[in-house]
Design a protein around this ligand. Sequence first.
Ligand code: 2RA
Length: 280
Amino acid sequence: MKFENRDYTIEELTENSFEGIDIGLFSAGGSISKKFGPLAAQKGTIVVDNSSAFRMDENIPLVIPEVNPEAMAHVKLGSGKGALIANPNCSTIICLMAVTPLHRRAKVKHMVVSTYQAASGAGAAAMEELVQQTREYAFNLFSHNAPVQPNGYNEEEMKLVKETRKIWNDMDVKVTATCIRVPVMRAHAESVNLQFENPLDEDTARDILKNAPGVVVVDDRASNRFPTPLEVSHKDDVAVGRVHRDVSQDGDYGLDIFVCGDQIRKGAALNTIQIAEMLL
Ligand code: 2RA
C-alpha cells in the first residue's frame, strides 16, 4: 500500500504476528481486539487498543496522557512483559481534556454533557453517506446511532458516564450526557455544564484552561468567536470557549463551557500514539 509516497507491506493478522513486536496499536474493532489483544500481550507486546473491548475492565488502564498517565505507570517497555492499555471513547477524551484542569482545582461534583458529534465518529462509510445525502442530512440531526439501553441512555452516553468515573478514579462524580449526531464531517462539539465542590470563578477557569496542555482557549465575546468543529478539524488541540458562570447555580460553584475537538486526532489516533510515546 502506498501512503504519502511511501510503500508499506500489509500482512494478514495471525496468532504468530506478534513475535518481536514491542508495541501494537489496535484499531480494527472490538471483536478483533478481544481475539488478538490478550494473545499479543501474552507474547510480550504492549497493546494500545482503540476499541471499547477493554475500557471498563478494572485491570486495564484507560488513559488520556494529559489526564491520568499514572494509570499506566506499571507498564514498562523493555521489561519483556506485555500489557493492554485502553484508549477512551472520543467524546470522553475531548470532554475531559477541558474539564480535568478545572476538576483538579475545584473538584467537579456534577457534570451535564450534550454532544454534537461528527459523522466521522461513525466511520468512513458515514462520512461518505454525509457527502451523498447532504440534502436530507444537512438540515437535520439525530440521536446518536449507538444502541439504546434499558435505562434510556444510548451506549455513547453511558461511555461518557462510566469512562469519566474510571479516568478520574472517582466513583461518586455525577455525570449525565445526551449524545447527538450532527451534519459535521470530522470534529465533535460538546456543551458541558459543571457543578463544583469548591468555588471557581470564570476568569480563574479561563486562566487554568489557557495553561492546560493540549487545550486552546477561543473565547472572544466581543467578536462572538468561539470554538467550531471546522476550525479544530485536522488539529491536535481541543478548543474551549463560552466559559461563563452558570446563572442557575448560587455563587461561583457552576460553570458552562463549550468544547470542540477533532475526534479522529485527539479523540482516537493521536491519543493512541501519545500513549505509545509515553512508553518510549
Ligand atoms: C462516535 N464513539 O460515535 C464514536 C467515535 N469514536 O463518534
